[in-house]
Design a protein around this ligand. Sequence first.
Ligand code: NAD
Length: 332
Amino acid sequence: RPVEKMTVEEAAKEADELRPKIIKWGEDYYTSDNPDVEDSVYDAAYARLQALEAAFPNIVTEDSPTQQVGGAVLAGFTKVRHEIPMLSLGDVFSEGELDEFNQRLREHVTEPFDYNCELKIDGLAISLRYENGVFVQGSTRGNGQIGEDITANLRRVDSIPKKLSQPLNVVVRGECYMPKESFLKLNTDREAAGLPTFANPRNAAAGSLRQLDPEVTGRRHLSTFMYNVADYETVSARTQSDLLAELQDLGFAVNVDSRVAHSMADVADYVQEYTGKRTTLAYGIDGIVIKVNSLPLEQAIGATVKVPKWAIAYKFPPEEAETVVRDIEWTV
Ligand code: NAD
């Protein structure tokens, strides 16, 4: 039923029914790295809740999944407080919605700006802290404010530099992922050993990092793409595209498929190109991210409690639409 035709009572009732479902799916996904439903099912329920709450702001509850960064801290890990929170990303599912995001932003920002287009790596967000250029602590996003200390595990990930080319004090953020090939091999080995398999590379990466034996992480062939710093004043770059180059110079693995877009037509070209290239990449992507390219402008635009207002994720449709054949009643 379209939200425009609903009364506030009807919307509140539907939202109250949706929230516990979404929370439960979130727990399975973030806490146990073991999703119960396909991402598209989760995304559809989440988008519906978001639409109901947007149409009737009075029905928003404090514990609504739309008001919190999804994630948890597992027992057994030391907690790390993120001085600068690790946020999620707002998402859209069509180019039309991408244009709406752009229009909303342009209405509020008077100065001209470009976007940096990046691949949305299907992994797990990590935060790496360096003191005088030396890697001292690595953590998960957790609930955005408090994550898990996984330093020992991240030391076993080859692409993470243990010492930077400059003696910087910096917190660098990005994605830890499992390449498709490692994922397939891991699941084949697990099946042969009679162990449960992982649902997808994202869950395999998360499960490999959020366990207590660094040796296991070391054997799992994880990799990283770093794309952000907690505070841009700790680096020289003033644009997102320069930041990626600077991170690479510092020694980080950076995805080379990003591109500056001067217009929404450029963004559309990028979306189209990587929708086509998606299956040929060695790692999973679940969409593309566009970010305002100026770092000071990003800061000025700010964020909600959950997502930055200067970026948006365009999510691809699910990779293979599941064919569900239900019991067919033959009436002949
Ligand atoms: P998200 O994963 O959709 O987007 C935010 C994350 O994108 C960031 O934290 C970052 O880790 C990542 N990212 C990857 N590449 C990036 C780049 N280039 N720049 C910036 N960030 C980048 O949001 P979320 O809140 O972490 O999770 C929601 C997603 O998880 C939904 O897509 C949903 O489908 C899935 N989910 C599924 C279930 C389920 O039961 N199947 C449950 C909960 C969540």
